[in-house]
Design a protein around this ligand. Structure first.
Ligand code: MRU
Length: 348
C-alpha cells in the first residue's frame, strides 16, 4: 500500500492519515500535543483498535517530550496524558493495553532515571508496539489465509485493513494474503453504517490492492448467503472477553446470526492485544454510544426528520457460541473458548 495509517516523525510529531476524508482525499494530520492525539482518536480520524492503541502510545511519547525535566513535572504530565488518552474511546481494549505497556516502562523508572532516559524508554516502547503490530498482523493474515479455499467468496464487515492497524490489517490482511498467494478471492463488503468504514475504507483498500469486491448494504448479508455460496465471514474485534464474547463494530452480531443460520463459518481475527481475559463476558464490555448526528446525517446531509430520537451504539457483542474460531498470531483458537483462550494465554 502506498500509505501509512500513522507514522512517527521527528521531532515529536505523530502524523496520521485522516480517515475522515477518505476515499476522496489522502490528507495527513500532524499531532504535536496530547490533546491533538486525543482529538484524532475521538473524532475517528484514526480508528481501528490496533491503530488507536499505537496512536495512544505515541501520545505518551509526546507527553514525555513536552514535560519539564523534574521528576514531579514528568510524573504529572505522564499521569495526565495517560488519563486523557484512556478517556478518548471506551471499547477497544488495545487502547488500554497499549497504555499499560507504556506505563510499565515509565512508572517504576521515573524516580530513578533522568528525564532524558525516561523519554527515550517511552519512545522505544512505542516504536516496538508499532513494529510488533505489523508482525502480529502478518502472522494472523497467514494463519487465516489457510482457511480459505481457492475461489472463495468472503463476507467482511467494517474496516480491518492497513488503515486500522500499522500495516496489512487483520481480517482484511487474511483476505490480502490469500489473494497474494494466488487464491482467487472475492469479497462482499458491507457499508457499515453509520460511519461507512466498509464503503469508504475497505472498498478503497481492496481497490488499491486489486482484490475483486462488491459493495453491498448492511442488510444484504442474508440475501447473499441465501443466493450465493459464501465460504466464510471474516471480521475484526475491539475486545474479546474471557469466554469469547466479542465486541466489534455494530452489525457484527447480526452478521454472525445470519452466518450461523446459513452454516457459514464466522471467524474473528484477533490480535492478542484485543483479548481481555480480565473481563469475564461481553456483558462487562463498555459499549461506546456516539453522536446522534452520525445516524441522522450522511456527510452534511440530513436523512432523518429534525428532532429524530436516535440510539447509536458504535459496537455490539457477538456471543461466543456464534464464533467458529479466533485467528490470532498464536494460531487458531476453537471452542470451548474459556478454556482454550486461557490455555493459549499461558502457553506463550
Ligand atoms: O469505530 P471503529 O471504526 O474504530 O471500529 C473499528 C472496528 O470495529 C474494527 O473492526 C476493529 O477495531 C478491528 S480493526 C483491526
Amino acid at each position: 500500500m502506498t500509505f501509512s495509517s500513522l507514522e512517527w516523525c521527528q521531532p515529536g510529531t505523530l502524523r496520521i492519515l485522516d480517515q475522515q476524508h477518505l476515499p476522496r482525499q489522502l490528507e495527513y494530520r500532524d499531532c504535536h500535543t496530547v490533546a491533538d492525539v486525543v482529538e484524532v482518536i475521538t473524532t475517528m480520524a484514526v480508528r481501528g483498535a490496533p491503530a488507536i492503541g499505537v496512536a495512544a502510545a505515541y501520545g505518551m511519547v509526546i507527553a514525555a517530550q513536552s514535560a519539564d525535566d523534574s521528576t514531579d513535572a514528568m510524573r504529572t504530565a505522564l499521569e495526565d496524558a495517560d488519563a486523557q488518552l484512556r478517556a478518548s474511546r471506551p471499547t477497544a481494549v488495545n487502547l488500554f493495553w497499549a497504555l499499560d505497556q507504556i506505563r510499565a516502562v515509565w512508572s517504576p523508572e521515573i524516580a530513578e532515571q533522568p528525564a532524558s532516559e525516561v523519554r527515550a524508554a517511552i519512545e522505544r516502547a512505542a516504536a516496538s508496539l508499532f513494529e510488533d503490530d505489523l508482525k502480529v498482523n502478518l502472522a494472523i493474515s497467514k494463519a487465516g489465509a489457510e482457511l480459505l479455499p481457492h475461489d472463495a467468496l468472503v463476507f467482511h464487515h467494517c474496516n480491518t485493513g492497513s488503515l486500522a492497524t500499522t500495516g496489512y490489517g487483520t481480517a482484511l490482511g487474511i483476505i490480502r494474503v490469500a489473494h497474494e498467494s494466488g487464491k482467487v478471492i472475492s469479497v462482499l463488503v458491507d457499508e457499515t453504517r453509520p460511519r461507512l468504514q466498509g464503503a469508504k475504507l475497505t472498498a478503497w483498500e481492496l481497490q488499491e490492492l486489486g482484490i475483486p469486491y462488491r459493495l453491498v448494504v448492511d442488510g444484504a448479508s442474508g440475501h447473499f448467503m441465501r443466493t450465493e455460496t459464501v465460504h466464510a465471514c471474516f471480521v475484526g474485534c475491539d475486545r474479546v472477553a474471557a469466554n469469547g464474547d466479542t465486541a466489534n463494530k455494530i452489525g457484527t452480531y447480526n452478521l454472525a446470526v445470519v452466518a450461523r443460520h446459513h452454516g457459514v463459518p464466522f471467524y474473528v481475527a484477533a490480535p492478542w492485544s484485543s483479548i481481555d481475559l480480565i473481563t469475564a463476558t461481553g456483558d462487562q464490555i463498555p459499549i461506546e454510544e456516539r453522536s446522534a448526528r452520525e445516524v441522522t446525517h450522511i456527510e452534511d446531509i440530513s436523512v432523518a426528520p429534525t428532532g429524530a430520537i436516535v440510539a447509536n451504539p458504535a459496537f455490539d457483542i457477538t456471543p461466543a457460541e456464534l464464533i467458529t474460531a479466533f485467528v490470532t498470531e498464536r494460531g487458531l483458537v476453537y471452542p470451548p473458548f474459556t478454556e482454550n483462550l486461557a490455555n493459549q494465554a499461558t502457553a506463550s
